[in-house]
Design a protein around this ligand. Structure first.
Ligand SMILES: NC(=O)c1ccc[n+]([C@@H]2O[C@H](COP(=O)([O-])OP(=O)(O)OC[C@H]3O[C@@H](n4cnc5c(N)ncnc54)[C@H](O)[C@@H]3O)[C@@H](O)[C@H]2O)c1
Length: 458
């Protein structure tokens, strides 16, 4: 077993008062290692750099490491490039490709690698387990390990903690500290979210871990820390945030379809309903994508299946939202007015999972493509202002950031992602081609021809 370097600490970190801890973090004596410099890890590393900490960035991707060494990130998150560049200049930002060495050289280790879904809809914990094992091999007395991704309840205690203890030979609460802190960021304003917008959710393997975690996070979260009594509850808290949104979106989808049928503008009714303080109806749309909202309900459902608990509403919400790409394609092809679908070229607006981001993970656009292929359309083109290439697309699908090129000669346009650039589109700009608005963001008055929009009577 590898054990820490000569700087092995024997002093309990929980005995450091807040000022002492902050001083050690700022002086570089207590370094912060961030494992996974992606959508979550990059803004977190930036927040620590802003707080004056010395940060070690670790990633398994050579491209990510190469970028970071140049002060760049592949994640288009405002402020990250600036924080990395300044961190490198000040010699506060170090890039490691050896995860064990990063653990040996750091005090706080933050696990920010993804937890996605397996084919059977359970949590894929391979990356977090791999990182936890590497951390354990460099773990020293007094160190703090933080798990940050959203995970099924019990993961920190039942899966990650045993790896840390077994491979290090150290005991939590006695020799080292473990915290679970779910990240609560919205892509595109992540640094602001961490530093300004939300209090951090903090939980620990025991009272000492909770205490040291709270003191640490108070250094970066201006809104402070909400202390949760145990890690399982904090893990569940994060999933509740996601399930609430998924089920609420499903309700909006159901009501939007209902309104279409009875000739009512759902959006007008929704705006008025949401003026009542207890009503927070979300927006309907062509599908729910991204690495978070469609994934978290599956963590709940998988655990519910094991525990034999019924979670019917959560399951139904997922099914409703999953059916939306097919529903939108069905509505859209009606605009072809009986023309042969197999001779039609269809242009999709947006490949990102939502407007304003370049993240395509689990984007509903992929499902829209599948549905169009089932119908045998002649050609599929995609326009996206922020996504210029995508290895997940098959060769026959054309991706471009030129709108004129995307719509030239097309028979049908389907708006899938609500990029802000699309809001002002009008019939002339889209060459008079029939348009289906799968996000309800276009102004109906700007379209006199064949036009339909989710939640609006045709
Ligand atoms: N994206 C969001 O908005 C968001 C918001 C809140 C929470 N989360 C949670 O955070 C988790 C991480 O998501 P993300 O969006 O940052 O993912 P991401 O794909 O953007 O970044 C993950 C990074 O980890 C690296 N990585 C993967 N496996 C690794 C390994 N074994 N060792 C070292 N590096 C490794 C990847 O190369 C990548 O750079 C998600 O699973 C989710 O639960 C995400």
């Amino acid at each position: 077993m590898k054990r820490g370097n000569s700087k092995t600490r024997t002093v309990s970190a929980s005995r450091h008062n807040g000022n002492d801890l902050a001083r050690k973090v700022r002086s570089g004596e207590f370094k912060i290692a961030v494992y996974g410099l992606g959508h979550v890890g990059s803004p977190l590393a930036s927040a620590w750099l802003h707080a004056g900490a010395h940060v070690i960035g670790v990633d398994k991707s050579p491209r990510v490491l190469e970028n970071a060494r140049k002060g760049r990130t592949h994640v288009p998150e405002p402020g990250v490039n600036e924080a990395f560049t300044k961190g490198l200049k000040d010699k506060h930002f170090l890039i490691y490709d050896d995860p064990i060495k990063a653990s040996q050289d750091s005090y706080l280790k933050m696990i920010c690698v993804p937890v996605l879904l397996t084919d059977s809809f359970s949590a894929d914990l391979a990356a977090v387990k791999q990182v936890a094992s590497a951390i354990a091999h460099g773990l020293k007395k007094g160190d703090v390990v933080s798990l940050n991704p959203s995970v099924p309840p019990g993961t920190s205690e039942d899966v990650i903690l045993p790896i840390l203890e077994k491979a290090s030979g150290l005991k939590v609460e006695q020799d080292f500290y473990m915290i679970y802190n779910p990240e609560r960021i919205y892509e595109g304003r992540a640094i602001e979210d961490i530093e300004e917008r939300y209090p951090a959710i903090m939980s620990g393997a025991g009272p000492k871990s909770l205490e040291v975690g709270s003191r640490l996070y108070s250094m970066i979260a201006k809104k402070g820390v909400i202390r949760i009594s145990n890690m399982r509850t904090a893990e569940t808290e994060k999933l509740l945030e996601g399930v609430y949104r998924d089920v609420n979106i499903a309700l909006a989808n159901e009501m939007a379809k209902f309104c279409e049928k009875i000739g009512v503008d759902f959006w007008e009714a929704r705006d008025a309903a949401n003026s009542q303080p207890f009503s927070h109806i979300h927006k309907p749309g062509a599908g729910v994508g991204g690495a978070c909202i469609p994934v978290y309900p599956q963590f709940i459902l998988h655990t519910a299946d094991i525990q034999k608990v019924e979670c019917n509403l959560t399951r139904l919400g997922r099914n409703v939202n999953d059916s939306m790409p097919a529903y939108c394609v069905d509505q859209a092809v009606r605009l072809l007015d009986g023309a042969d679908v197999s001779r039609s070229t269809v242009t999709l607006l947006g490949l990102a999972f939502r407007g304003g981001v370049s993240d395509t993970r689990l984007s509903p656009t992929y499902k829209v493509i599948e549905e169009l292929k089932k119908l045998g359309v002649k050609e599929i083109r995609i326009h996206d202002p922020l996504v210029s290439s995508d290895p997940n697309l098959s060769q026959d699908v054309i991706l471009t950031s030129s709108l004129p090129q995307a719509i030239k000669g097309a028979d049908l346009i389907i708006l899938v992602a609500d990029h802000p650039e699309y809001r002002s589109l009008a019939q002339e700009k889209l060459g008079g081609i029939p348009v289906y608005d799968g996000r309800g963001i276009l102004d109906k008055l700007k379209f006199s021809g064949r036009f339909a929009s989710i939640g609006k009577p045709s």
